[in-house]
Design a protein around this ligand. Sequence first.
Ligand code: KIV
Ligand code: ZN
Length: 514
Amino acid sequence: MSKDKLVIFDTTLRDGEQSPGASMTKDEKVRIAKMLEKMRVDVIEAGFAIASPGDFESVKAVADAVKDSTICSLARAVRPDIERAGEALKTANSGRIHTFIATSPIHMKYKLQMEPEQVLEQAVQAVTMARNLTDDVEFSLEDGSRTEPEFMYRIIEAVIKAGAGTINIPDTVGYGTPEEYGAIFNNVINHVPNADKAIFSTHCHNDLGLAVANSLAAVMNGVRQVECTINGLGERAGNASLEEVVMAVNTRKDFYPVESGIDTTHIVPTSRLVASVTGFPVQPNKAIVGANAFAHESGIHQDGVLKHRETYEIMKAEDVGWNTNKLVLGKHSGRAAVRARFEDLGITFESPDALNDAFKRFKELADKKHEIFDEDLQALVSDAEAESCAEIFSFESMEVSCKTGQKPVAQLTFLKHGDPVTTQSDGSGPVDAVFKAIEKVADSRSELELYSVNAITAGTEAQGDVTVRLARDGSIVNGVGADTDVVAASAKAYLHALNLLESGAKAHPQRDGV
Ligand code: KIV
Ligand code: ZN
């Protein structure tokens, strides 16, 4: 029996970025978007174009770089947002404007301070405006799962009539349960006279840990688009995780009436890239992409798997991209091989100079570390990008001395606005000493919210991938740095975070009362 297509709408770059501290630069967004395109994601929500000049540029850059997926920008149901989204998407092969307004009694009364009739009118106007800019318009009823059914039917009928091709009913606050949320779609599809003219979509938040279950319940009730994120990243407890939704549908073909077009072998590399760029590590027991997801520890399980894999394994690790981080390159690898491997990872170089720089960094790393894996190449590019956005501070060199029974001392040289500065401090440990030395010069008045170190690959030769999260005046940024020396990686990450702090905050789509 032929199955319906399940449209996979990835919002890692928009809702995922709304996780406090998960902000990404334009170049990082383009890299992730290219991986999503390789994975054959149908729609990539690249950002909220009006939020900041940086968001606008990111949506535009993704629209320029990605040609096989539809590129989408979020817009509140107001003219300036919709026009800005349309502008950012001008060069997209296929562009979608995603406009939304809150429809639940609590949001309309307290947040919007609008009557339901005004909300309905504004929704129709927004969709009409968006349709003048593109044929592909999605409308979302924010806080949809807590919206009165009769009002929901009326607004959906009206926006479909105005030209919305996709209708999204989000569980914005993660309050729904699978039975209840599924029933909402069943009722809408049965009560809205023109429901057959649109594709229905889910967008679930994970506050009760039900985002994936709710999304799949909706699929069983007629939904044909799921909005999700890599690693379940997203506002508060996150969104439905792309890898879990896709693998549930793939693994239980016997049960679900849909199929996605996703190339699942890119899942693990993309998960790693998102974790490294955002500094949100994946928990080891996370389904599909956690380090233990396919590890059989107990003797009984191991015995069973060796005798017949399907006794305990319902999916193959290689089908989701585990083991594809093959040993790629080493000290003697040539430029063409290095370039080809970068390209396999979706990383291209705009100029011969950019390739030369990447090759030089590769050689430096290969001198310190014999085996270079895909993750090392990703980290190398992240590091280069962090340096290229170094508007104020950039790392030069450091010397740290540690002796049992004595306080470590760090002496560091970095550039401030292009001029070398040398600074020194002691600290409770070498990293503390480095951060204190930097702060003596930077005086950022920021709070250190997170310091995390992860080994990029196995073994003691591995590069340390450091994330430093700093907060100041409501802005939260994540700096990243990688190096085989974790103290140097920490210094780079701290300086990167300071640069990002200076580049300013942006608007949040669900906080403004529109
Ligand atoms: O959670 C939500 O309701 C959203 C909408 C803007 C789609 O993110
Ligand atoms: Zn959301």
